[in-house]
Design a protein around this ligand. Sequence first.
Ligand code: DC
Length: 226
Amino acid sequence: MKKGLIVAIDGPSGAGKSTLSKRLAEDLGYINIDTGAMYRAFALFSKKKGIDPADEEGLARLCPQVLIEFSREGAQEKVLLNGQDVTADIRTPEISLLTSRIAAWPAVRRTLVDLQRRMGEKGGVVLEGRDIGTVVFPDAEVKFFLVATSAERGRRRYEELKAKGLEVDLQQTIAEVEKRDADDSARAEAPLLQAADAIAIDTTRMTIDEVLGEMLRVVRQRQATA
Ligand code: DC
């Protein structure tokens, strides 16, 4: 028996996916799965093991050694890599760029997509990423594709990093966001792509609450007919 719908949220970095995915899951009483955090944890593991991001075979050898889990302590969601809390370590600009490179390899994607399917197949989940509505769950009952201008997305990422006390430059952050988008969209394997049946929302000039309200309206409508 399925416990609820599968909701897919895709889009480029900084479009609001993480915040909205968390809030939407909370409001629906669903589990939230941040698939970007899983690619980030894999990237951190490869760095610790000294594997070059261009070395596909080396990365493929790591696949069976990687265990990624999510845990929750109160409102705080944690990412565990082989039992260790890596929540903060996976959010640095260096890991962001490394993640984009390792996420291009089919062996890495196969491993993480399998894991994501096992985590989400029972339903009652919100998954956010780049390929959820196209590859991971092409039959998801609700699909959103969030977008925003790169200047706005870069500004949001800049504020986020600054709030964490990291020294960052706005123009450089925008350039990094654009570089990652270009890499994520151009790769041969599961590129960032809007599913034909996804609902696109441009969040550039919308508040989080406005976007959330729109998403909830769509999900509730789908729940009523499911
Ligand atoms: O959403 P994020 O910024 O945490 O994602 C980190 C990187 O992982 C980003 O470069 C895109 C990649 N990614 C992916 O290829 N597929 C996913 N389902 C999620 C993230």
